[in-house]
Design a protein around this ligand. Structure first.
Ligand SMILES: [Zn+2]
Length: 357
């Protein structure tokens, strides 16, 4: 027995004794100790530095839905371990262990939760990933769950929100896991064809085959602060292209600066932001009376003026013929010479028209 094997259990005993029942959590960003209740009340955001720690899918869902209430649906049963895959451990054993760790509530479940409820009184369907379940990886079962979520959204005529937290495709299912990428993209398309909004709320991490499929297809792409969002890992890219990548590469903020993400929203503001966004997208009842547009003939000169000075030049002969003072105010604000407002012909001054002087 080497000295290392000898002291390892002692070190472990030392470490576990130091943190009694995990009452205190150390922030990975600022090293401050935070009392666990304070952290839970703050939705797992460090009160000292604002660092967003990972939060479980159910805690997140409870924080998003009205009164924290939502109904889960059971996605269709998917084929289990189709390749009879085995690495250091059988894949079927890995699955069983992950289900056991997730608790009785999740027996038979996989890495995605499909649920529906209301947000701000609006019906919403959410597909949320559990990163704790095999890294939130997307295999056949998760693909089935996502498709079920999309179909439920269409059935309920409700918007779909996806909350990925995933390392990507599930390697143990080989090509079948990769096939979930086009499947989920088609599911998003079904939602789109039903003219329903699809919002992607990217959390830490959104990587691999998940970021390369539905996660990047949101009508609105929202990300949590500091979330890692990308396809391949930073080190893999650096080794491949043999270049140093910029600071903050693949962070939510970097993607926002480069136009890949619409908003970076702190977790405490997420619910309100989603409700406001959905109101804009759905607008069940416009807040004001609908004013009918004017008949097309009344503002006939407006489109010409809109096209700019060159178009106004070309239009001048016509405009002189049927110049009506009543039509002028409509054309005046955009690109029309000031003289036209005084009932003079619409031709620009530079045309040498004596009437313009
Ligand atoms: Zn902190």
């Amino acid at each position: 027995m080497s000295w290392l094997e000898n002291i390892r259990p002692k070190i472990r005993a030392l470490v576990t004794r130091d943190v009694p029942e995990n009452l205190w959590v150390k922030c990975a960003a600022c090293d401050q100790m935070i009392f666990h209740r304070e952290l839970d009340a703050n939705l797992k955001v460090c009160p000292h530095c604002g660092h967003h720690m990972r939060i479980s899918a159910r805690e997140r869902l409870a924080a998003l839905f009205d009164d924290g209430a939502f109904q889960e649906i059971e996605p269709p049963k998917a084929i289990v371990d189709p390749l009879k895959f085995r690495d250091r451990k059988r894949y079927s054993d890995r699955l069983r262990d992950a289900q056991a760790a997730a608790g009785a509530r999740d027996s038979g479940g996989d890495a995605a939760i499909v649920c529906h409820g209301t947000m701000g009184g609006m019906k919403v369907v959410i597909a949320a990933f559990k990163f704790s379940f095999m890294g939130g990886s997307m295999g056949v079962a998760v693909g089935e769950a996502f498709v079920a979520a999309a179909r439920l959204a269409v059935l309920q005529q409700a918007p779909l929100i996806a909350i990925p937290a995933s390392g990507g495709a599930r390697m143990q299912e080989g090509i079948l896991s990769l096939m979930q990428m086009p499947r989920t993209v088609v599911a998003v398309q079904e939602v789109r064809e039903a003219r329903l909004p699809f919002i992607s709320l990217m959390t830490d991490p959104t990587t691999g085959g998940v970021s390369a499929s539905f996660a990047m297809l949101g009508d609105i792409a929202i990300a949590e602060p500091g979330a890692t969002i990308g396809f391949a890992g930073k080190r893999v890219i650096e080794d491949t292209i043999r270049e140093k990548l910029p600071e903050g590469f693949q962070s939510a903020e970097y993607l926002h600066e480069h136009g890949m993400v619409d908003m970076v929203v702190p977790r405490q503001e997420m619910r309100e932001t989603l409700i406001r966004t959905l109101r804009h997208l759905i607008r069940p009842n416009p807040p004001a009376d609908v004013v009918p547009l004017k008949p097309a003939g009344q503002s006939a000169t407006a489109p010409k003026a809109l096209a700019g000075p060159a178009a106004a030049d070309a239009a001048a002969p016509d405009a002189k013929l049927d110049a009506k003072p009543a039509a002028k105010p409509a054309a005046k604000p955009i690109g029309e010479p000031a003289g036209a407002a005084a009932g003079k012909p619409a031709g620009p001054d530079k045309s040498g028209d004596p009437a313009a002087d």
